[in-house]
Design a protein around this ligand. Sequence first.
Ligand code: IVH
Length: 686
Amino acid sequence: MNTIAATDSAIPVDSGVNESSQAAERIAHLRRELDEHNYRYYVLDDPVISDAEYDRLLKELHELEGQHPDLITADSPTQRVGAAPAEGFETVEHRIPMLSLANAFEADEVREFDRRIRDQLDLEIIEYCVEPKLDGVAIALRYEQAELVLAATRGDGRRGENVTSNVRTIRSIPLRLRGENLPDTLEVRGEIFMTRSGFKQLNEGLADEGLKTFVNPRNAASGSLRQLDSAITAGRPLHFFCYGAATTDGLPDRHSDILESLKAMGLPVSPETATVRGVDGLLEQYQRILDQRDGLDYDIDGVVYKVDDLDQQLEMGTVSRAPRWALAHKFPAQEEVTRLLDIEVQVGRTGALTPVARLEPVFVGGVTVTNATLHNLDEIRRKDVRPGDYVVVRRAGDVIPEVVRSIPERRPDGTVEWIMPDQCPDCGSSVEQVEGEAVSRCTGGLVCPAQRRRALEHFASRQAMDIDGLGSKLIAQLVDQDLVHSPADLYRLDRDTLAGLERMAEKSADNLLESLENSKSVTLGQLLFALGIREVGQVTANQLARHFGTLDNLAEADLDALEAVPDVGPVMAAHVRAFFDEPHNREVIEQLLAAGIHYQPEEMPSSDKLPLTGNTYVLTGALESMTRSRAKAELEALGAKVTSSVSKNTTALIAGSDPGSKLAKAEGLGIEILDENALKALLESR
Ligand code: IVH
């Protein structure tokens, strides 16, 4: 079809031909460019243009193809969405079955695996390829004459589902292979997965629309891949890494070299892939990948060991559908199932009631978990958990454990929905739920011993007055025995009283008195934070301190003056005002000052712009000259933001001794790493 000649007869024919051949050239050029950028982005992880530039090229191609529909081909980057919604998925037979892997959990099982191979092959040492075990959905991709012709799920290993039109929407999967001398037929095997960040975003979006969310990234990947409408799949953050080929034609004779060839053809391979020698190499690489686990943006549940030499693989053979030349060495599970024994409520410093799950002890993510927060009633309803249920508990890295969901299929008879008590479990005061807020609160205020205990724990905490040796057990005794009502009472305690308490002696009493004495000298920000004003966290406390300079100035500030402070809105301003309007609070402050608590008045900044404004830091590892929370407070006082995880927006990672996985992540992202001396220099640059 000659669209130009047909639609515009005023244009001479040869000029139309000319224009159309120019368009064809430009289209070919754009496709080459886009394929190249895709390859750099997904396979080499080394993009040279921005996403916006990519989108502009793609748009131009779309427009040109719109004007010249006869030039559209199936492998054009514009053709990633298009197929009409399917009725269901067609079943496809795998020409080469998709095998599974034998599992190991202990190092001894790995040694046994290596020994068996050495025995059978009669070799001293074996070379292996080690890859992360991706936690996603297995996929087989068939390329014929370099073109993607079929994508099928694993199914039962012999028969899977044809999901080609959905897979075509995944940008890291090439529609056409790159390079020369490609095999006529190539069948690639790999894993489709969703990134953790993409998963989080997707779930937030689904929740906003009132739709059902996914339980974990693997379910989200699987659910997204099995959409009948490929336009939905196209909108999901799916990725792909390949981990092998099922055909051998035209490929090298070592697994690691095959992966290199596949990469050269445009297929992404996990960057954590390595070749090692012998069982020691296997176990070292296991540890290395385990250490990186929390810093990766995708879930992995172990590593896979594969004999690297294909002839050796052939000689080892396959039993009951698992090759004898490969082994999955699993990591400790991050999710486990246990019994929810009961839901109790904990009363917080401001009276907020938090439901807490009491769990049958379960070993997950490397620790034994017995409690997990359930946040609030909405959360309990959303996760559909009832006392007595079996629940999924998750603990990833050093993150606090959480109850992910219940397993309603295993729900015992006779369970009932949990309800929030209408009286505070500690003081019996009535519980109120504020309109539009998810939290319920005890109305007991300072009458409530639980609130008093929490307020004191907060006051004594490291980020606040930093009173060493005053832990929650001791505070509970002091409150229960009516020895301490307000923070100021702490400074009136004497040696005999303290030494007479349970688990205390003269030595520990002296130590505590000394830390109380030391705590008297603080920054204004610390003191404000310690007072526990509703909504006022460390950052705001420091901002208020800098803005007002003294406690008196702050106590006298009206709502307008308060709202002039960066990040202070009407709600927070009202909380601050209400705090200082409460005579009891003024009294406590008077008493604290009378007890000798003093602070250096803050220097008022000459301009709004602080030296580190706009910079974001992450702290990891132990510092020698100060605690991490002190470092955080000081950085924030200079205008910096301090966050807990490394991202591409991080200015620098400040690493003390024994840094965790954050270091690897920062290095991976090419983010500047500062040591403690550099931190000190930064803080002195004030
Ligand atoms: S190789 C011949 N390598 O694990 C062995 N599998 O039980 C076939 N998986 O569902 C698999 N990462 O999708 C292999 N690097 C990796 C893998 C991997 C994840 C999955 C695979 C399959 C299961 C094997």
